[in-house]
Design a protein around this ligand. Sequence first.
Ligand SMILES: Nc1ncnc2c1ncn2[C@@H]1O[C@H](COP(=O)(O)OP(=O)(O)OP(=O)(O)O)[C@@H](O)[C@H]1O
Length: 467
Amino acid sequence: MAETALVWLVDDDRAVRFVLAAALRDAGLRVAEFEEAESVLALIEQHVPDLLFTDVRMSGQGGLKLLERLHAHYAQLPVIVMSAYTDVATTAAAYKHGAFDYLPKPFDLDQAVAAAQRALAQRRSQAAPPAAPSRPGPRETELIGRSAAMREVFRAIGRVAASGLNVLITGETGTGKELVARALHTHSARALRSVVALNTAAIPSELLESELFGHEMGAFTGATRRHAGRFEQADGGTLFLDEIGDMPLLLQTRLLRVLAEGEFYRVGGRELIRADVRVIAATHQDLEAKVARGEFRADLMHRLDVVRIHLPSLRERREDIGLLAEHFLARAAEELKVGAKRWSAKALAAVERFDWPGNVRQLENLCRRLAVMAPGREVRVEDLPFQRETAVPAEPGWGEGLRRWAERELAAGRSDLHAAAVAELERVLFEAALAAHDGHRQHAAEALGLGRNTLTRKLGSSRRRRE
Ligand SMILES: Nc1ncnc2c1ncn2[C@@H]1O[C@H](COP(=O)(O)OP(=O)(O)OP(=O)(O)O)[C@@H](O)[C@H]1O
């Protein structure tokens, strides 16, 4: 169950949002991004994050005004103000309105992460955790793909969208399950009403029930006003329950009852609420296996699984990779307002060969990184994190390759073999783990069974060795 702190980031400069969000995620935090203050004020009524970063000068309402309003209504929420304006008036105004910290732009990313950690530590020492939202404000994106497998998915969406039946979407992480859920909604008779999303894994279990069904004022400590749950919000529309496999058993029972009866009480409430909701659920887990282990209710699975749409992993439809890579690279340049780049033939071929454990999301993130970081207008194979020549041959039979390499080098009279081989082994492992985890150091370190600090230290020394 994710209990990671949630940071909201408000800045109208996409490039700043991009680098800062990446650094904060790298530090193990969850980040939601906002372009302007207005959407923050609209959403915060439902969820208060653990920390908020804001720029000062933005279109619409400025950061200081936002800070003032947040401080008045959510005094517990630490706010870090960032600005290129380091004049005394701005800095002083920020602190006067209750800023936790002030970062003059351009700032060092480590400094920003350190400020975030200080703010969160202070908040933890004084407050109970707030509700965590699912991803706010997702935009409607078109599903791309021309592989036979994706055409089959499109056909399934077309067939079942209008039927109003519950749908269970399965597939590995990042394969586009949420996108399919939104497409099902858009092409249904419910399209004029909202699609409301809830990520079961992102919300602490004790808050999940009130997130789903709402609560009355005073239902529990911190329930300072009545709150409509996602079921009520989705009335007449669609409720998208992501990561349904992570739903606690008790809540599964409650959900099943609500689905069967179409009515429920808010937490702490006496008024029976009716909501006409189509449920689309998604999971990357094997639900049948969870049922067999007694972790998921079979009757709930059957109720959700009226129609099943399975999304193939990216490596099962390699013919879509090029198309997606072109699309994402162009879109990233546009979004991040950097010059357009194109793929070199070699780089594109390497991208098509790669296995993409994080699927489309990983490819999309790589394109964003390349749009900003790759030097030159053409993305070369050397710019890819997983494509440098290795001195020690890896699969197949990499032990054999290593032996041949060692024998050859020994015959040539080389004397530092151990250090060279270990350095190479680590470089390959780190690059593979970072690529598999979208460059997220903490996750990569976990996957390798290392601490994050060890990975960072080793990455630093392997970089120094190469320079
Ligand atoms: N076929 C596609 N065409 C265009 N974009 C796609 C496609 N599939 C996925 N994406 C993009 O990839 C990212 C991940 O997709 P999405 O969030 O729908 O995946 P998911 O399967 O729900 O992931 P998770 O299981 O981790 O929640 C999104 O930014 C989405 O827009």
